[in-house]
Design a protein around this ligand. Sequence first.
Ligand code: PBG
Length: 324
Amino acid sequence: MAFPKIRMRRLRRTPAMRRLVRRTALSVDDFVYPLFVREGQGIRTPIKSMTDCFHFSPDTIASEAAEVAALGIPAVILFGLPDKKDEKGSQAWAEAGVVQRSISQIKKAVPDLLVVTDVCLCEYTDHGHCGVIKDGKVDNDATCELLARMALSHAQAGADIVAPSDMMDGRVKYIREALEENDFQDIAIMSYAAKYASAFYGPFRDAAESAPSFGDRKSYQMDPAESDQAMAEIALDIAEGADIVMVKPALPYLDIICRARRRFDCPIAAYNVSGEYMMLNAAAKAGLLDKDTAMLEMLYSIKRAGADIIITYFAKEAAKLISK
Ligand code: PBG
């Protein structure tokens, strides 16, 4: 029953035929677009380390959010750069913090756009670690309490989804309890469940001014060689109350996305991180490959691996291409 009866090329003959049999679809519905907000006014400054990405201020963020919504993208994820950093990262849960004010601006202008917030202390602490330091180490449980305060303050400001990215043990439980106790039972948690200690965050740390001033994040983020541990992390986060679980980065960890898809029923998000984004931008700029085609190929690979949601700096460009 093989050749010549079976000819695989029959179904590849024309664009219409290829479209007809294609089993993976990219949709704008799956995209989340990251936005960076910093203290100040009238800011729309290009980010040096990230092509076509900008720093905004709370007064300029709503018009950018409206543009994102007009492209049909259902959600943005916010990262904040405070004016003042301290040991504990106290601007992270300030009622008038930069993210909190940005949330309300966006919600006023485009109420239907989902606002996701990154919940992590690294942009807010003066040492740049994702938690509080005790005896030279990141203190897990003390950090969880602060993360819960931060997540709650985002919910109070109007966030739809809070997304803890710190990798402390138990933080989803702390956040879920804080939300429940304060009548925010409908706020979803998208946990960065399997987040690896990755070199691909380089451009982001520049953009978010969040590089650690000493050491690295290997005592809390996952070892890149690990796979089973990712399944354990995801299972724990679901048990603690996560609604959506994330694998991050995406491209070097497609096997993890694929395994997670087979094993868990909840929506799976993948973060197509800054280094993946800039790797392609740099190669395209050097004339080494065609940007649009390579971008869609990357996004297809993430979808094909099993992600339901893709957080990507390509969201706006991809949305325009898909709708053509
Ligand atoms: C904060 C955080 C990071 C990213 C998202 N949230 C950086 C880090 O963990 O060092 C990276 C995103 C990207 O590279 O695009 N903890």
